[in-house]
Write a protein that binds this ligand. Structure first.
Ligand code: UDP
Length: 340
């Protein structure tokens, strides 16, 4: 029996695959490798393919005796989603039906779903609880909210049991090494700051300095990727024990402005980052900070990296040892990485 991890060669996916493997769980990864990296999954079987490919999914479920699914595969960039809503709705919503149909055909009823703080839109209260109104400001958040609605209706009609995990800002890397954040092009704040510190970029541009926040820059709640992967394991365990379908926020409950993140990175690395002030990025709410009390109470989730500096340190270790991301490993071990 295997757990299918869609998008398991991506950033949060590969950390969750590693966490599952360390519990002795059999895993099969399905990833298009459009954004994921083969080297991020050195141990479990990796099937390269598209989530919308019904016959491939059917084969994977049969060949690997899939009995639960952790579904990461999605497009996940706010800015890109504003420019290409078509791709976001097709991929994040359309392909979900292929997965749910296949699960039903194979009598698989447990699903952990990657959702996002972007489902809330501009917050009306901080920290944001799960019951907060959902008025996403961009197609990415909207696509995830549609997906959650589809899951809820499938749960009511067909007995699907799911847990949707609404991540705030994923950051850091597994301190055990070998995997970390590697997007092309990179668009996330912490990797961009660290790449600037490594001399790979001339400066970091702050997207908006006129937000209604104390220093005028956006505030986000950064949560370590290993704490996210822990939450997936707890969710799978809860579903196995018969827990009902629900959604949980995942964040540390503390917000940091863009300027505070830059200063924290400067402190960790003992270097100065060249900074430019730029325009707001469309679709960005001013403040997003999670209340994660619900998952802390119900599943006993407790972040192991509640401190921003500790999160940045793990990211810095990854970026320093892999200045070109997974391509750094190719250079060391030949194309395809150590085990491919
Ligand atoms: N940000 C920025 N400059 C950059 C990249 C990001 O000022 O080059 C800001 C962005 O506007 C947001 C915060 O940093 O307020 C975190 O952005 P990121 O893309 O890392 O994550 P998101 O909040 O979009 O999930």
């Amino acid at each position: 029996m295997s757990i299918l991890v869609t998008g398991g060669a991506g950033y949060i996916g590969s950390h969750t695959v590693r966490a599952l493997e360390s519990r002795g769980q059999e895993v099969v990864v399905l990833d298009s490798l459009e954004k994921g990296h083969r080297q991020a999954v050195p141990n479990s079987p990796l099937v390269e393919g598209d989530l919308g490919d019904a016959s491939l999914l059917d084969t994977v479920f049969r060949d690997f005796s899939v009995n639960a699914v952790v579904h990461f595969a999605a497009h996940s960039l706010v800015g890109e989603s504003v420019k290409r809503p078509d791709i976001y709705f097709k991929n994040n919503v359309g392909c979900l039906f292929t997965l749910l149909d296949t699960m039903r055909n194979h009598s698989v009823d447990r699903l952990v779903f990657s959702s996002t703080a972007a489902v809330y839109g501009e917050p009306k209260e901080i920290p944001i609880p799960e019951c907060h109104p959902k008025t996403p400001e961009n197609p990415y958040g909207e696509s995830k909210l549609f997906a959650e609605t589809i899951l809820r209706r499938h749960s009511e009609a067909f007995g699907l049991r799911y847990i949707a995990l609404r991540y705030f800002n994923a950051a850091g890397a597994d301190p055990a090494g070998g995997i970390g954040e590697d997007h092309t092009p990179e668009s996330h704040l912490i990797p961009l700051v660290l790449q600037t510190l490594l001399g790979q970029r001339p400066h970091i541009e702050i997207f908006g300095t006129d937000y209604p926040t104390p220093d005028g820059t956006c505030i986000r709640d950064y949560v370590h990727v290993n704490d996210l992967s822990d939450a997936h394991i707890l969710s799978l365990d809860a579903l196995s024990a018969g827990a009902p379908s629900t959604a949980y926020n995942l964040g540390n409950g503390r917000g940091f402005s863009v300027r505070e993140v830059i200063h924290a990175a400067e402190k960790v690395t003992q270097q100065t980052v060249p900074v430019l002030s730029g325009q707001r990025r469309p679709g960005d709410p001013a403040i997003l900070v999670a209340s994660s009390e619900k998952i802390q109470e119900e599943l006993r989730w407790k972040p192991k990296f509640p401190d921003l500096a500790a999160i940045i340190e793990t990211a810095w270790d990854w970026h320093r040892s892999h200045p070109n991301g997974f391509r750094s490993q190719e250079a060391k071990h030949g194309k395809g990485g150590p085990r491919s």
